[in-house]
Design a protein around this ligand. Structure first.
Ligand code: IMP
Ligand code: MG
Length: 183
């Protein structure tokens, strides 16, 4: 495993530890794809990625699902202060795809407090889909505010700030192919 502190992608920062390697992620994403395929034996499946954090996970995940599906994205924003979430959520990009009657799989990078997800789930439920489930690559299990279960979870994440594989710190490091905590 390359834990080189000289990774040129890291803006001079150093890796404290690699939490999930590229291979570990690929193996787990494959397993999730199999699980999701089995969980939806019929009906129309719409995989909805929550931007931006889910973009890499979603693109790998859908290629491991061996049944028909559609892909769309949504962009959510909390009202007001960006560092302390107010609990209100607003859609900056609303999926153009019809949700009614479909199985919706909402794909998220990481569940932390679950605040945004709870609001989004309420909003999606109101559009009368056949079902709505959450698939999160990482779950910190601190989500006291998430009123919905996370049906599919990649990894139970440690309570550290993680970057890579879509996860950012101030918009950097999303393209790192492994998941790491930085020094
Ligand atoms: P929540 O609404 O508090 O669950 O926040 C979830 C969002 O916070 C995720 O979609 C990420 O964008 C961000 N986030 C939470 N924990 C981390 C982390 O460890 N690294 C990077 N982003 C994180
Ligand atoms: Mg983020």
């Amino acid at each position: 495993m390359n834990t080189s502190t000289a990774d040129p992608r890291l803006l001079g920062r150093t890796v404290r530890r690699i939490v999930y390697s590229k291979d570990q992620i690929a193996e787990r994403v494959h397993e999730l794809g199999v699980e999701i395929t089995k969980s939806y034996p019929d009906g129309e499946l719409l995989v909805l990625g929550l931007l931006k954090g889910s973009f890499i996970f979603l693109s790998d995940l859908v290629r491991e699902v061996t049944r028909p599906l559609q892909v769309d994205f949504l962009v959510a924003s909390s009202y007001g202060d960006s560092t302390v979430s107010s609990g209100n959520v607003r859609l900056l990009y609303d999926p153009e795809t019809e949700l009614e009657g479909k199985h919706i799989l909402l794909v998220e990078d990481i569940v932390d407090t679950g605040r945004t997800l709870s609001r989004l789930m309420d909003l999606l439920q109101a559009r009368k889909p056949q079902s709505v489930e959450i698939c999160a690559l990482l779950h910190k299990h601190l989500a006291t505010e998430l009123r919905y279960p996370t049906r599919f979870i990649g990894f139970d994440a440690p309570n550290e700030f993680l970057v890579g594989y879509g996860l950012d710190h101030a918009e950097n490091f999303r393209h790192i192919p492994y998941i790491a905590s930085l020094q």
